[in-house]
Design a protein around this ligand. Structure first.
Ligand code: ADP
Ligand code: VHF
Length: 388
């Protein structure tokens, strides 16, 4: 663990440079300890987000995804439940009722600051299925490109006990992996991560800076301190470890700290706890694809495409493909080889082998006419591609 004395190349710099950010807001904050949606707090985050997304004077625009909890807590209030029900179907009913209020509140507050919003509900199954994973990814990236703030929650209605995230910390980390975010900010009711649960151990001190995935952190993290939140700090520490796999660092901070988001983005050191990712995004991505070396087929590309991939860091477009070998579905790892049979790269296919055969040597504008739909203009996006 390190102290808060940083140099100019410190991990805090990576926070300032972050361009794509996932902000997770916990149930206890959003509903003010279960007393109902906290309109003032949500309005305040919306105001702060508008600075970040639109770009405050002298600052670049950034892309932000919100992962917000609070559906169950708000639903319980609306349905007059005094304590959290044990049965899953009761929780699901509460979530369905509460989610209405939650997104309505975000939409109203974000709109006040000229920000568009979109509701996205995800489950474990969506993240595990390669095709749904790519679909969710392209939808989120499309929203971000248009300056819209996606507001994500777990799709509580369709999950069961075994396959629930339950806490939204894990979901936040998976979303950070999905969009290859630079930073995950977890806003909660404590002003950071402490050496022990400060509710039970008042002598605990704040951890300013640590490496995500450091096993020592797991021992310090306790469960939820209130009846509203689920997961507590352990799920946040594990979320930081998971987010680091795609190169995202994590900040755990108090959601009511004044101007928390713009201050973090301006590079202010020492607010909350920073759990930095040990690997850069590119390294992390290579690692991930290297872990999925099992490839299911390949595409042969021409010399021009090989040059663009090798030397210009470009995506593989259908126009550069000359042949497709083997069988694969959208989302599977494929090998990309040059006409001499040398493997150039590996990556996630946006189209199946049958579709790819129709797309060989075709411009991306022709995809719709050839397939009847367009998933993405690239055969393999450069974010999902690693050179060999
Ligand atoms: N080491 C720790 N540092 C800070 N808080 C901790 C720690 N261990 C457990 N906690 C508890 O975790 C709670 C935050 O988690 P949780 O209630 O799940 O909130 P959220 O709804 O924001 O996810 C804190 O209120 C605190 O009591
Ligand atoms: N999907 C649930 C979120 C569960 C939850 O409480 O998560 P967390 O905020 O991480 O403690 C809801 O909206 O109520």
């Amino acid at each position: 663990m390190a102290s808060s004395a940083e140099t100019s190349s410190s991990p805090w710099d990576s926070v300032r440079r972050a361009r794509r950010i996932v902000v997770k807001v916990g149930s206890s904050l959003v509903t003010n300890q279960g007393q109902g949606l906290d309109a003032e707090a949500i309005s305040e985050w919306a105001r702060q987000l508008s600075h970040i997304v639109h770009g405050a004077p002298g600052q670049e625009r950034r892309e932000v995804i919100m992962v917000s909890s609070g559906a169950i807590a708000e639903g319980m209030k609306r349905m007059g439940m005094s304590k959290r029900p044990r049965e899953l179907h009761e929780l699901q009913a509460a979530a369905a009722v509460g989610q209405m209020g939650l997104v309505q509140m975000y939409e109203t507050m974000l709109r006040q600051y000229q920000l568009g919003s979109a509701q996205v509900l995800l489950t474990h199954a969506d993240m595990a299925d390669r095709e749904r994973y790519l679909n969710a990814r392209v939808t989120l990236l499309t929203l971000l490109k248009r300056g819209i703030v996606p507001v994500i929650n777990e799709n509580d209605t369709v999950v069961n006990d075994e396959i629930r995230f339950g806490d939204n910390d894990t979901l936040g980390a998976l979303v950070a992996n999905l969009v290859v975010a630079d930073l995950l900010i977890i806003l909660t009711d404590q002003n950071g991560f402490y050496t022990a649960d400060p509710r039970k151990h008042p002598e605990a001190t704040k951890v300013q800076l640590a490496q995500a995935g450091d096993p020592a952190l797991e021992a310090m993290a306790g469960g939820a301190g209130s009846a509203i939140g689920t997961g507590g700090m352990l799920t946040k520490i594990l979320a930081a470890k998971r987010a680091a796999r795609s190169g995202a660092s994590t900040i755990i901070a108090w959601g009511r700290e004044p101007d928390i988001l713009p201050r973090l983005m301006a590079g202010e050191h020492g607010i909350g706890s920073l759990l930095y990712a040990p690997m850069h995004k590119l390294q992390a991505r290579k690692q991930w694809i290297a872990d999925h070396l099992q490839w299911h087929g390949s595409v042969v590309i021409d010399a021009g495409a090989a040059r663009k991939l090798r030397h210009e860091g470009k995506s593989l477009l259908p126009v550069g493909m000359v042949q497709v070998k083997g069988r694969f579905t959208r989302g599977e790892v494929i090998a990309i080889e040059d006409e001499q049979g040398q493997h150039v790269a590996r990556g996630l296919a946006n189209y199946s082998d049958q579709e790819a055969r129709k797309l060989c040597r075709q411009p991306s504008e022709a995809i719709e006419a050839l397939l009847g739909y367009v998933a993405e203009p690239e055969m393999v996006h450069r974010d999902n591609l690693v050179l060999l």
